[in-house]
Every structure is written in C-alpha cells, then in structure tokens.
Design a protein around this ligand. Structure first.
Ligand code: MEV
Length: 436
C-alpha cells in the first residue's frame, strides 16, 4: 500500500507532480492545482457572497506519513513557513520507528433542543418514551438516506438544568452521520423534533396549565465522543531519539516528557502547545474542505473538559520506552459539503485514496501529533527559531525583492548562520555594494 519516497522536498514542482501522477493509486486531475479555469472560478464564486476574487494559500504535500502500516501523501494548506517542513521531518522520523498508530474512539455527533418547561420534570419523564417514539417517527423521512448508509439518530435523551436556570431543559440527540460532517442533516432533524415537540405538548389538554417554549434547535460543535487517538512509541535503548544531533535518548525523552507535563499543567503553555497541534490539524482540515472553526472550537473545549485548559497530547517515559499520544475530537466529512465542490478539496481526498470520515479523522490526528512532536522536539533541543528562521529566510528574501542570483548567494551564506531580517538585509546591501 502506498510507496515510500526519499528526497521528495528536493524535487522540482513539475517532478513532484510527475511523481504523484505515477504513484497515486487514484488519478486526480492535476490541472486543478492551477484552478485558474472558468469553471473553478464559478464554483469559488458560488461558495460565498460578494466574492471579488480568490485568496490563495500554499498547498503542500507531505509524503511518507506511515499510519497503521500504510503510507499517505498528506495535503496541507498553511501559510506558516515551517509547518510543512516540521510535519514532514517528524513523519519521516517516526516512519523509521514503526510509524503512527491511530484508533477512532467514537463517532457520535450531538445536537440540542433548548427549551423551557414550567411544569414538573416528572411529567416530561413519564411521557418520555412516547415522545422519543414520536420523534423517531416524524423524522423518518429526513433520516431515510442516512439510515440506508448505516447512520441516523443514535439516541434521544432529556436533560434537566433546573439547578442552573429555572425551567431550563434540553433534548440531547446523538447522531451517526457516517462519512458526512452532517451539520445540515443534524439541524434539519432537530428543527423537526422541536416543532413536533411544541405542537404535541401544546395540544395535550392534560398539560394546559404549563408552558413549553422551544428556544433553539442546533447541533453542538462540542463532540467529545467523536474522538480519535494517535500515538507513537519506541524503545529508548534500541532506537535513537531525538535525531537532532544529540544522542542521549533517555535524557531527551525525560526533557520532552517534562515539556509535555508543563503544557498539561499551565494554561499559558497549553494554549501555545495546542496551537502547534492545530497548525497541523487545521492545514489538513482546510485542504480537505472541512470546517476548521468547528474543529478548533471543539478541540479547545475538549482541552478544558475538566475545568482547566490543558495540552491535548500526553507523554510517558517508562523504563525503556517513550510513549507519546494525542486524543482529539474531530468532526469531519469526506462526502457532501465542499468535498465534491471545491476542486482542491476533491483533489485532496483523491490524493488520500478517498478515505472514510473515520480514516480522515485518523490522518488528521496523526498530523497533529507529528506537528506537536516536531515543535516540542525543537523547543527542548535546538530552540524553535533555528528551524523557523531558516524557513522564514525565503519570505525575507522575497520581501527584500532579491534577484535570483542574490537569492542564491543569500541562501548559501545563511546555511550555517543565524537568520534575522536585519542580518539578511545587511548582507544583501553588502552584495549590492560589492557589485557597484
Ligand atoms: C508555532 O506556530 C507553534 C509553536 O509555538 C508550538 C509550540 O510551542 O509547541 C512552535
């Protein structure tokens, strides 16, 4: 399955595309990478209001992601210089140590009907089974397609919040939306249930003394039970860590573990730490046409699930082993929404071999884990600026409008030197003076 490639980053753009063309099992239409055609323009313009153009971000490929024994070429959309290089380095590093293991821990998405009820809770509870049956019946038409695909409504429960706000309740509905993100499906079902609930209670003469008001029906972007785990592990005596020119694996592992513990305990560090994870997560979520705001909101809420915001990843070093893992809720789809419509989202899914939503959750979690490994490895060894500024050098060179010849000299000069904007500008000025 898949194919390992060495030196992908060194290929020219044409060579990279040529390689993808030869080695992908699917046959994506590579011309969409340019997306300059009239058809693509029309699609983009149809996605939003007041479109006056297209906002381009770099679209990159990270090869050699070994996940559960299979190699993936992962598409990433990000503007941050060092993100792709870091993910690629970490993925390569762990591919040589058995790769990344992933597992879906659940796929339940949630929706809520928020309502107030002035009567006794027991009245609703007594009627609950009858109501659930009614809700299932009246949504049959809406859920038919999803049920045919093996999904649909998983459960419907009544939640009382009278201790927080008088008369406040919820109907909590669990969904399996199979390979779709399912937002429209969930909201349509919820609105139907809300409507029928209000009518049913309002028309029962036995309940005439009390009031029911449905306040709103909407999916919850918090989906802690739609969650995935990605992990890596290796022996500290047999395999070298960290691979940053240092060779004391145990010392590195212990320091790395301390860094993760700090992000577990301290909200300031946890926020930056998790931002690093989302550098990778968002890049794939965007590349595959999924909703990164939903994924971010859910991930951060989950990070604060016990009342304190903490790191999403964990590390443990036992006698001889290094264990590093990430658990993250991810609500993504591989059918519907932008996935078919947006040429690059479609292309990304083809490149990943048409994954199911659960497979995509695992790929995204694996990328998040690698991004986090790369960042923390740099932090506890060389420092983050070392790699970051090297990647940022190209931005500085472009900003200073260096010619191709000057760029070559600059890249060569800064191979073994500290990069800063001022240092590059000074060197460029020196080059130009020498020429005069
Ligand atoms: C930068 O975009 C992300 C990092 O700050 C993450 C981290 O500190 O773990 C490098």
């Amino acid at each position: 399955m898949g194919e390992y490639i060495s030196g992908f980053s060194k290929l020219s753009k044409t060579e990279k595309i040529e390689w993808l063309r030869r080695y992908t099992h699917s046959t994506p239409d590579f011309s969409v990478l340019d997306a300059s055609g009239e058809k693509e323009q029309k699609i983009i313009e149809g996605l939003s209001e007041n479109v006056i153009g297209r906002y381009a971000l770099p679209y990159s490929i990270v090869p050699n992601f070994l996940i559960n024994g299979r190699y993936y070429n992962v598409p990433m959309v990000t503007e941050e210089s060092s993100v792709v290089a870091a993910a690629a380095a970490a993925a390569k590093f762990w591919a040589q140590r058995g790769g990344i293991k992933t597992e879906v821990l659940g796929n339940t998405k949630l929706g809520q009907i928020h309502f107030t009820w002035s009567g006794p809770r027991q009245v609703l509870e007594t009627m609950w089974d009858e109501l659930v049956q009614l809700f299932m019946e009246v949504t049959e038409e809406l859920t038919a397609n999803m049920r045919a695909r093996g999904g649909g409504i998983k459960d419907i429960s009544l939640k009382s919040f009278e201790d927080i706000a008088p008369e406040y309740y919820q109907i909590l509905v669990g969904f399996d939306t199979k390979d779709s993100m399912g937002a429209n499906f969930i909201n349509s079902v919820l609105e139907r249930i809300g409507e029928v609930f209000e009518d049913f209670i309002g028309s029962d003469p036995r309940l005439a003394d009390w009031d029911l008001e449905v306040i709103m029906c909407i999916l919850s972007n918090y989906a802690p039970d739609c969650r995935v785990r990605a992990s890596v592990t290796c022996s500290l005596t047999e395999q070298q860590l960290p691979g940053c020119g240092q060779d004391d694996s145990m010392a590195f592992a212990k320091k790395f573990e301390k860094a993760i513990r700090i992000a577990e305990m301290d909200v300031y560090r946890a926020t930056t730490h998790n931002k690093g994870i989302f550098n990778g997560v968002d890049a794939v979520v965007i590349a595959t046409g999924n909703d990164f705001r939903a994924v971010e909101a859910c991930g951060h809420a989950y990070a604060a699930r016990d009342g304190q915001y903490r790191s999403l990843s964990r590390c443990r070093v036992t006698e001889d082993r290094f264990h590093f893992w990430l658990e993250i809720p991810l609500t993504v789809g591989t059918v519907g929404g932008l996935t078919k419509l947006h040429p690059l989202a479609k292309f990304s899914l083809e490149l990943l071999g048409h994954p199911t939503a659960e497979e995509l959750m695992q790929i995204i979690a694996a990328v998040g884990l690698m991004q986090n490994f790369a960042a923390v490895r740099s932090l506890v060894t060389t420092g983050i600026q070392h790699g970051h500024m090297k990647m940022h050098l190209t931005n500085i060179v472009n900003h200073l409008e260096a010619s191709p010849q000057e760029t070559e000299r600059i890249l060569d000069h800064f191979k073994d030197k500290k990069v800063s904007f001022t240092a590059v500008r000074n060197y460029l000025e020196q080059l130009r003076r020498e020429k005069v």
